[in-house]
Structures are given as C-alpha cells and as structure tokens.
Unconditional design. Structure first.
Length: 344
C-alpha cells in the first residue's frame, strides 16, 4: 500500500482532454442509470465541473451487466477508460494478465452472492447439486465465492456441469429447466420472488471475506501520470459516499438502487440483512481487512488456476488519495477505522 503522502503536482500541459469513468449501468425510462456511487457522482455534477475548470471533459461509459467486467478489463487494457467501479476478482484477472491497475478507493463492505436452485430440484446444499447443471458467468466476481464454496465442501467444478451464461439470461434458463441452479448477485432474490427458484445458500452464511467486493480502480499509468486528476476523481467518490451514508438520504439511495431491474422490496431485503450500521455500508476506508481480502483473492485465484501469475496485492492498493480526500472534506473519523459490526 502506498504511503500517506498525496501527490501534489499538476498534470499541466500533459493533461488529457477527457477523463473516462466506466460503470455498470441499466436503461431506465430512456436514460442510463449508473450503479452505486457512480450514479451519485454523475448526478452531483461536482466532478464534471471541477474537470471543466481545467479544460477537461468527463466521459462516463455505461457497461451493461451482461458483459460487465470483461468489457471493463478490455477498456483498461486498451487505455480507453481511466477509472472503473467494478469487482475484485475481475480486477485481479486484469492485473494477472498484465494490465496495471490501482485500487484508489474501497467502496463499502461488499455484496452477497446467492446460490439459487430451480423449483422441482430437491437440493438443500451444494453437495446435493453434484452432477447437476449450474449457471455461472465465468470471470465475474461471483465465480470466486462459488469456487470457495466448492473447496470448503471438498468439491470441484468438474463435479457439476458448469453452464457459462450471463445473469440476464439465467432466469429464463432456470424457468425452462435448461439449468438446475445458478450463482447470482441480488438478482437471485428476484428469481426467488418470481417463483422460479429458491435460494439455498448465500455468502451471508460464510466468512465475511467471501463477499464480493467492488472498488474504484484506476489505470496504473493514468494514476502515476495524473495524480491531481486522480485526486479529483477520488474526491468525488468520497463526496458521494458521505452523502449516501447520511440517514436522511437512505430512502433516496434505496430508490436509486431500484431503478435498474430490481424492485424496491428486493433492495430493502438485501440492505436489511446487513449486520453493520448504514453509514459503514459506504465506507471508503482502507481497513486492514481490505488488504487482507485482496491478498486472499490473489492467492486463492492463483492456487486454483483461475489466474496464471501471482498478483502483488500490496502494489495494487494506493491509499494516499482517500487519505487526502478525508482530510480535505473534514471526514476523518466519519467512518470506523477498524472492522465494523452492529445493527443497521
């Protein structure tokens, strides 16, 4: 992890014409709705305004969830994007494949992954699904928790028929009986609500480290060449996190989260399952468990052949921008420095 001294020199004459963010997005009433804090950053307009003062445009690239992380990795590799809010495992895949990234801001406490079984299948655990067809979109963040679940139960991917389909197509595949089970994010709760299947396991029943994490990652070259612009981007996400963490804005956050394809009651159900305070859901703090998580992801991915080269997790983390943002925005102490617990 990089030390606490924030970079202070300006991009000057070498400044890019555009800073590009990429984020999962959903169509809603003719508009793109950006996922999570990126949506707040876009709506707030502060980052766009600050860049405009420097003669730099802000471009936000919507990424459909069906193609998600692979498209973001491709964009980072081709230097078409500078920052992206996306998942832990795809980022490790990118770095292991030679794409230099920096984790410049954690984005909360992680997200649960669900194992859903279609109705009519008598299964109560992963072991009961041995020999069955499981839908799993490969290379996506939820592949790693699934791999850990198999490992914990003495199972291997070859004990199942793994069907590589994207989440958007999964409910139809379950309903048609083309697959027997699926690994999903909170869309697994929607499958259950629609009566297509039922959840038999989630990472809520597993160690906290099994949750899928999503962070703000920057392209390594951009971060090193333009630390001042990187600081602006991180500043914007810290502003968005602090706004979202206010109890007064809780309902707006929930409504925003439901503007994709999940109804409000599903969002409420997932949020209500948290064992930590609402404020901590949006914590950007580089707690020790963040570093430990990425060490774990990198080691596990290599040991199980999910990547072919070791990723230096310490070199991935760059905490200087968050530290400066918290100080400048007078948010030091706003979020807990250690592990979180308590009620929501």
């Amino acid at each position: 992890m990089t030390g606490g001294l924030a970079a202070c020199h300006r991009s000057g004459a070498n400044a890019p014409q555009t800073v590009t963010l990429a984020s999962i997005a959903y169509p809603d009433q003719g508009h793109q709705v950006y996922n999570g804090l990126t949506g707040v950053v876009v709506r707030d307009g502060w980052l766009k305004g600050e860049l405009a003062k420097r003669g730099i445009a802000l471009a936000v690239t919507p990424v459909p969830t069906a193609v998600g992380a692979p498209l973001i990795n491709e964009g980072f590799s081709a230097k078409r994007i500078d920052f992206a809010s996306y998942g832990d495992f795809p980022a490790i895949i990118a770095v292991a494949g030679g794409v230099p990234l920096k984790l410049v801001a954690p984005l909360g406490q992680g997200q649960d992954v669900y194992l859903v079984v279609r109705n009519g299948i008598n299964a109560h655990s992963i072991a009961d699904l041995k020999g069955k067809r499981i839908a799993l979109h490969r290379g996506r963040p939820w592949e790693l928790p699934f791999s850990k679940l198999l490992d914990a139960n003495g199972l291997k991917p070859t004990d199942f028929t793994i069907v590589n389909i994207n989440p958007a197509a999964t409910p139809a595949a379950l309903a048609a009986g083309s697959v027997d089970a699926a690994v999903l994010l909170n869309d697994g709760l929607l499958v259950e609500k629609k009566g297509i299947g039922h959840v038999i396991w989630s990472t809520a029943q597993a160690p906290a480290d099994w949750k899928m994490r999503a962070e703000l990652f920057g392209r390594g070259g951009f971060v090193s060449e333009h630390p001042d612009l990187t600081q602006l981007v991180v500043d914007a996400y810290i502003r968005a996190a602090a706004w979202s963490a206010q109890d007064a804005n809780r309902e707006q956050v929930i409504q925003d989260a439901s503007r994709g394809f999940l109804p409000v009651d599903i969002i409420r159900k997932e949020y209500a399952s948290a064992t930590y305070p609402w404020r901590e859901r949006f914590s950007p703090i580089f707690r020790p468990d963040v570093g430990a998580h990425y060490h774990s992801v990198a080691a596990y991915a290599l040991a199980h052949g999910l990547v072919h080269d070791q990723v230096d997790a310490d070199a991935l983390l760059d905490d200087r921008f968050v530290a400066k943002a918290l100080k400048d925005q007078k948010l030091e102490g706003f979020w807990a420095a250690g592990s979180v617990s308590g009620t929501h």
